[in-house]
Ligand binder design. Sequence first.
Ligand code: GDP
Length: 424
Amino acid sequence: MVKAVVGANWGDEGKGKITDMLGEKADIIVRFQGGANAGHTIINNYGKFALHTLPSGVFYDHTTSIIGNGVALDIPVLFREIQSIIERGVPMPKILVSDRAQIVMSYHKAFDAYEEERLGGKSFGSTKSGIAPFYSDKYAKIGFQVSELFDDELLREKAARVVEQKNVLLEHLYHKPVMDPDDIYRELKEYKTMIEPYVCDVSAYLHQALKEGREILLEGQLGSLKDPDHGIYPMVTSSSTLAAYGAIGAGIPPYEIKQIITVCKAYSSAVGAGAFVSEIFGEEADELRRRGGDGGEFGATTGRPRRMGWFDCVASKYGCRMQGTTDVAFTVLDVLGYLDEIPVCVGYEIDGEVTTEFPTTHLLEKAKPVLEKLPGWKCDIRGIRNYQDLPENCRKYIEFVEEHIGYPITMISNGPGRKDIIYR
Ligand code: GDP
């Protein structure tokens, strides 16, 4: 049985916590897309961790953690992350890396930074982790697949071929130092040494696991609105954030994904540029940012302040639909306990007309939020374990959101810890 944990919005919805929690019953946890550009924050009995590449299952000794072929594999980051959790007393996790995953190279990060610099005020707000240049090369068929690390002749030939092309851009577009193919070859050899112990035919491994009836969890990064096809293009990420892509990025049949748990945060936050209809500013935003998440809404990778907004029913309904949601996990609800009234975005006004359908980007940029205000519950709901024990206004907020997005909220997260969950 395969379950996917994915995001409905712009990311940072609390997927790490939900995956960590569901990981208790899972045998295998797979990352299937994205790279080290976003992070999950997880709090458990070992402490607080910000993971960028490792799946959230690494803290359990009964799970196997897998980096699927769809991931942008940053080998030094993976290596450092493994070291850092072991140093803090976590037992060495069982990790497998797909032999078909491709490698983020040092020049991908350099190109990411150069391009943001070139674009200046029109930049994408990239985390400069090399993700866009990495996926560009993958689809231009000049990326390095893990399996290729084991073919010396191929590496030398390909390093020379790639450098020839990259150097034209370095010299004439970015006016930066050119690369030497020998350095790239050496970089690849170092990566081979680091990754060799983990390399595996992941798709075959998962095929066998499915035959044996094991439980597999697919862990998504970012959310629906950052999907390159269905998100707020071009302010999107470079690999699909949708559960459907889990089949491809892990190498399993699509019909095996039986449960799609879409994580929705009780308010909105976003990083990077792009339209954000329910965004708030000033003191109102600062307060929500300060109180948000666990210790404030600041990027797990970059530390930069996140953009804040009210819950957006239009974006979340669409985000849930694109994921193929079977269950919604509604998170970080405890944070809203300080508000007298809680505004919720229930529609978009575009050119004088109100819609509840999420539009394409050029219309989205014109959208103004239609807000409805719900009464707050003005108390701390952390520690509550039964739905009926939540304050009435809190339940009304949940039920209001559920009705507007049209998908069942079956889990409510009221704190960052594993046990802070209410099943409905
Ligand atoms: P992800 O990328 O979707 O995993 O999201 P993040 O790592 O950005 O998680 C959001 C933050 O919220 C993290 O600091 C979590 O520890 C925290 N968090 C998750 N669920 C809850 C919750 O229900 N309540 C509170 N207060 N914090 C939460």
